[in-house]
Design a protein around this ligand. Structure first.
Ligand SMILES: C[S@@+](CC[C@H](N)C(=O)[O-])C[C@H]1O[C@@H](n2cnc3c(N)ncnc32)[C@H](O)[C@@H]1O
Length: 268
């Protein structure tokens, strides 16, 4: 399963929805509601790295109505999947575009720019350029499910810390945007957005995974082991033993993965 396959995004979506900090979404919707124009009630939401539309589905479930959903992703298959799901019920504009070309992102008229599970992949330079663009239009900003570097397994294994340290180092490698912010993403965004005059709220949104999430956890274990296999000096046999132990525990063990959600509203 590739990192951003439809199957992987489908697998993580229920855990993401459960983890999202619902109060932040409510604040965003309340703020956007105050902007409603009775003549033209549609507001424009631009979801960056939208995948198949997980943000759209989550916000709709939490009460978002009257939006033009502008979905932006490099992967046309994921956008097609989003249109297949919702094209007839919702107003969706799909843009197959590379987010790194920040000046060409379709932000015209946007009331809010959103993203889920994206900002730990991006670089500081990308954030700076994006914040310049949204700030120039006083657009609201919601970035959910940014990994914070914490992973707690139960039961523990002696190699957990070694694997996690290597995994977190790997999270800082280039994911197509330059050196990734990885676990520092939320802090970086918060400081930069506050410096730009935004009112920023952050809240934890951890994944709390149990045997119910067996397939997700199995994929997570395989992904972590693959990410740290080559470049971090971990003994291959020890890593195999860690992976085998972790896979044995998926039904009865637990895993907590830390994320943070962030909402930034422009000053009035
Ligand atoms: C972790 S997935 C999250 C997808 C979706 N937001 C969700 O929560 O299910 C990251 C998404 O970013 C997209 N992406 C990664 N790099 C990109 C780039 N340079 N330009 C546009 N999209 C990109 C991927 O195709 C993928 O859909």
């Amino acid at each position: 399963m590739s990192s951003f396959s439809i199957a992987w995004l489908d697998l993580r979506e229920p855990a993401d929805f459960a983890a999202r900090e619902k109060n932040l979404v409510q604040h965003a919707l309340d703020w956007l509601g105050q902007k409603t124009d009775p003549i033209s009630p549609d507001r424009i939401l631009v979801d960056l790295g939208s995948g198949t539309g997980s943000t759209l589905r989550s916000l709709t479930k939490l009460g978002a109505t009257n939006f033009v959903w502008r979905l932006v992703d490099l992967d046309g298959n994921l956008l097609d999947e989003a249109l297949k799901h919702h094209g007839k019920q919702l107003l969706i504009e799909d843009y197959q575009a590379d987010l790194t070309v920040v000046n060409e992102l379709p932000l015209t008229g946007a009331n809010i720019v959103t993203a889920s599970a994206l900002f730990d992949l991006v670089s500081a330079d990308f954030c700076d350029a994006l914040i310049d663009r949204i700030d120039s239009r006083k657009t609201a900003f919601y970035a959910a499910l940014n990994y914070d570097g914490t992973t707690q397994w139960s039961p523990a294994h002696p190699l957990d810390e070694t694997v996690l340290a290597a995994f977190n180092q790997d999270q800082r490698s280039d994911k197509g945007f330059g050196p990734a912010l990885g676990p520092t993403a939320t802090d970086y965004l918060k400081i930069k957005l506050e410096n730009a005059g935004y009112q920023v709220q952050i809240a934890p949104s951890p994944w709390r995974l149990t045997g119910e999430h067996k397939t997700l956890v199995e994929n997570l274990i395989a992904g972590m082991a693959a990410a740290v296999a080559d470049d971090y000096g971990i003994d291959a046999a020890a890593l195999e033993a860690w992976k085998a132990f972790r896979l044995e525990q998926v039904t009865t063990g637990t895993c907590m993965i830390g994320h943070w959600d962030l909402l930034a509203l422009p000053a009035k």
